[in-house]
Design a protein around this ligand. Structure first.
Ligand code: AQP
Length: 328
């Protein structure tokens, strides 16, 4: 039997090159060898307020983007998290296993709640729902960016806690994080992660950005003092971030990029980086629009959810039994 993979992205904005490099590229790479579930995690997205019309549009957009990026719905299950209600039920169970202290230590919660007057309880318990997403299918591997590593560790802790209280049941999942581009940084501030919901559109590149806009955003990206194109995240975080992006879209190693741009100025490097990114994104956007216009998305999502639900329902039945719930 194939090992299992689970991952997802929130429909909280348009998919960025950070989401693609950190996670979605690996969704595609793993789908031939693993039994893969790729969700659009709409229940996660509502942990911050979402306009209903935007949520609907982005949900379809993220699903279409998975396919445009190369996720094959005949191999992988693509579905909406909310179409498999077992996620919410196991999410509640995981919430009861998590402690306040553990959840308070989550850096993503700290970042997202910083400076806010009101903080939704959903944002606080989000990592318990993420643990449920993964454990519901006993996933072995979770392709994610570096920002999700801490949530993965919590998932393993919650699984271990469940197993020791109720009997060995859950598989402890491993994160699958790219070596280069694990945390793509914001274009305007290389000390901050690139995020699709950032209020500053100049900080990110989305896979739906117009080529002209991509060129402009890259030309304005923050670089460091000293002109050499050299990978040194501590001393030269701006150019190092751009080099990681170049590497992921061109297939060149960081050393090859350094060699190629030896003696060149940042300007030349940035111009060519923009063409590398645009060269990848233009055909992807064509595929994306074809999928949106084909009208096939609804049935792809329905089939994905149906296949996922079979397995999810089985897990939940066993979990309820182990915990002492009366059979239905
Ligand atoms: N900057 C990034 N570099 C590398 N990987 C990243 N990921 C996110 N940002 C980067 C990875 O993309 C996947 C989907 O992310 P998500 O939608 O579940 O939520 P997120 O991690 O909170 O991503 P964003 O873009 O920052 O969304 P918002 O703005 O809504 O919070 C995950 O695997 C993530 O690691």
């Amino acid at each position: 039997m194939k090992k299992k993979v689970l991952s997802g992205a929130q429909p909280s904005g348009n998919i960025t090159i950070g989401n693609y490099i950190g996670a979605i590229k690996n969704y595609v790479a793993l789908q031939d060898d693993y039994d893969c579930n790729y969700m659009v995690v709409d229940l996660h997205a509502i942990t911050v307020s979402q306009d209903p019309a935007d949520l609907r549009e982005r949900s379809e957009s993220v699903a279409a983007m998975y396919i445009a990026a190369g996720v094959d719905p005949t191999k992988s299950k693509i579905y909406m998290q909310s179409h498999v209600p077992e996620h919410a039920e196991l999410g509640w169970i995981m919430t009861t296993l998590a402690s306040m202290g553990e959840l308070e230590r989550m850096t993503q919660f700290k970042d997202k709640s910083a400076g806010k007057e009101t903080i939704g309880a959903g944002l606080f318990v989000y990592p318990a729902l993420m643990a449920a997403d993964i454990l519901l299918y006993n996933a072995d591997l979770v392709p994610v960016g570096d920002d999700q590593k801490q949530h993965l560790e919590l998932t393993r802790d919650l699984a271990t806690r469940f197993n020791s209280r109720y009997g060995e049941y859950f598989t402890l999942p491993e994160p699958f994080i790219p070596k280069v581009g694990a945390r793509v940084m914001a274009l305007d501030d290389p000390m901050v992660k690139m995020s699709k919901s950032s209020p500053n559109a100049g900080s990110y590149i989305t896979l739906l950005d117009d080529p002209k806009l991509i060129r402009k955003k890259i030309s304005r990206a923050t670089t460091d003092s000293g002109g050499a194109v050299r990978f040194d995240p501590a001393e030269k975080p701006g150019i190092s971030n751009l080099m990681a992006i170049y590497s992921q879209f061109s297939g060149l190693t960081l050393a090859e990029i350094e060699k190629k741009y030896e003696g060149e100025m940042y300007g030349t490097f940035k111009k060519e980086l923009a063409e590398v990114v645009v060269g990848f994104i233009e055909p992807l956007q064509q595929r994306y629009h074809d999928i949106r216009q084909s009208g096939e998305l609804t049935s792809i999502l329905a089939q994905g959810a149906e296949r996922a639900r079979e397995e999810a329902a089985k897990t939940l039945k066993e979990v309820r039994h182990l915990m002492g719930f009366l059979p239905r």
